[in-house]
Design a protein around this ligand. Structure first.
Ligand SMILES: *Cc1c(COP(=O)(O)O)cnc(C)c1O
Length: 392
């Protein structure tokens, strides 16, 4: 299926024929409803009144001083309702589904963060919500399962394969194929077949649009560098996309280096993967010689995915953005540094971006500036860190 939805050689819709109609309907609805004045007005109101946008662009003066070099700004997605950027996409897709006349929402979740965001969006918009989740993840994330249930969602365990995120996505795709008449599949990152990578990018681009405006009003120019962590890549593409026309602004995506780029020890799909097809898109993947998906690892559950959004694969290949990786250890160190210097406990995912910013800023001039996308707050990770450090 060559045609729409490609970013250079990446992306597309590698899906079985039984699914094609569902994605075609979504593509048409996104083009028509998703760009209508009625949709945009309702979405803007929800983002402002319910999510709490615009989120602040905060000059981290204490951190900048401690590091030296470039000034570091934080885009405070951690202050969005439910504590991360995921709600931007969840509420927009849920609204689109509602305006398409869908009554049932399905979603996948790994760590439970997207499940909670989707359940939240369905609660406020009055939609029936079912979350596919690997049974291994359900055991690891019992509290988030309860959160989803509190919000009125049903959690459906998935026992196939490794019983984690990628298997939950497969199950959700299967459900969507047979129930698309009344069901919308609310995917949680800029991944999957067309039109998802484009649609999720557009919904998350509110982050980058706000930064462009906010930074100009504070500094009267554009930032020198943007830094975001990359799991599936939604917070990063949402930050980078509105700046793609500004070549002087460096865009740096930070992948999860885990315990190093060794088999089964990381989740760095661009830095440590190869080209292949997963979940309906051609992209960069962590796979073995036979093309089977390999085990992944990251201290940050939200980065623990063997693929990456196809637009990032393209931006990397074309040199329009740069990608690097940060280890578990460096991320945990940054988690502590930001907590102590600024009184902001970052999500472990976001701590990867902070870790790279600390290194990058020190190598830059003090008249330069970096914006870090602080994708989420770290309350969810405090217990994990306390256990790792033998404090619980
Ligand atoms: C899920 C999550 C991520 C990773 O997802 P992307 O699609 O790559 O943005 C990053 N940060 C936080 C806080 C998350 O919850």
């Amino acid at each position: 299926m060559i045609g729409k939805g490609y970013f250079g050689r990446y992306g597309g819709a590698y899906i079985p024929e039984v699914l094609a109609h569902a994605f075609l309907e979504l593509e048409k609805a996104y083009d028509a409803i998703g760009h209508s004045a009625a949709f945009c007005e309702r979405l803007d109101a929800l983002l402002h009144n319910y999510v709490g946008r615009a989120t602040p662009l905060y000059f981290a003066e204490e951190l900048s001083e401690a590091v030296g070099g470039a000034r570091i700004y934080l885009k405070r997605e951690d202050l969005a309702h439910t504590g991360s950027h995921k709600i931007n996409n969840a509420i927009a897709q849920a609204l689109l589904a509602k305006m398409m006349g869908k009554t049932r929402i399905i979603a996948e979740t790994g760590a439970g963060q997207h499940g909670v965001a989707a359940a939240t969006a369905c609660a406020i918009l009055g939609l029936d919500c079912h979350i596919y989740m690997g049974s291994v993840d359900i055991k690891r994330q019992a509290l988030n399962c309860y959160r989803m249930e509190l919000l009125g969602a049903e959690v459906i365990p998935v026992d196939n394969g490794s019983a984690t995120l990628k298997d939950a996505i497969n199950e959700a795709l299967r459900d969507f194929a047979s129930n698309s008449e009344d069901t919308h599949y609310l995917i949680g990152s800029a991944i999957g077949p067309h039109p998802y990578p484009t649609m999720v990018r557009d919904f998350q681009s509110v982050i980058g649009r706000e930064i462009r405006e906010q930074f100009r009003s504070v500094e009267g120019r554009d930032p020198d560098m943007l830094i975001a962590c990359v799991g599936g890549g939604s917070n990063a593409i949402g930050m980078f996309y509105p700046f793609l026309d500004l070549l002087s602004v460096r865009k740096v995506g930070v992948e999860a280096g885990g315990r190093g780029l060794l088999p089964n020890q990381h989740s760095a799909s661009i830095c440590g993967g190869r080209e292949g097809v997963l979940h309906g898109a051609k992209t960069m993947l962590i796979q073995d010689e036979q093309g089977q998906i390999m085990g992944t690892h990251s201290v940050a559950a939200g980065l623990d995915y063997p693929g990456v959004g196809p637009e990032h694969a393209f931006l990397s290949r074309s040199g329009m953005a740069e990608y690097c990786y940060v280890s578990d250890e460096e991320a945990v160190k940054a988690f502590h540094i930001l907590s102590e210097t600024e009184g902001i406990i970052p999500a472990l995912e976001s701590a990867h971006a902070v870790a790279h910013a600390i290194v990058a800023a020190a190598a830059m001039r003090d008249d330069q500036a970096i914006v870090v996308n602080l994708s989420g707050r770290g309350d969810k990770d405090v217990e994990q860190i306390a256990r790792m450090e033998g404090r619980l």
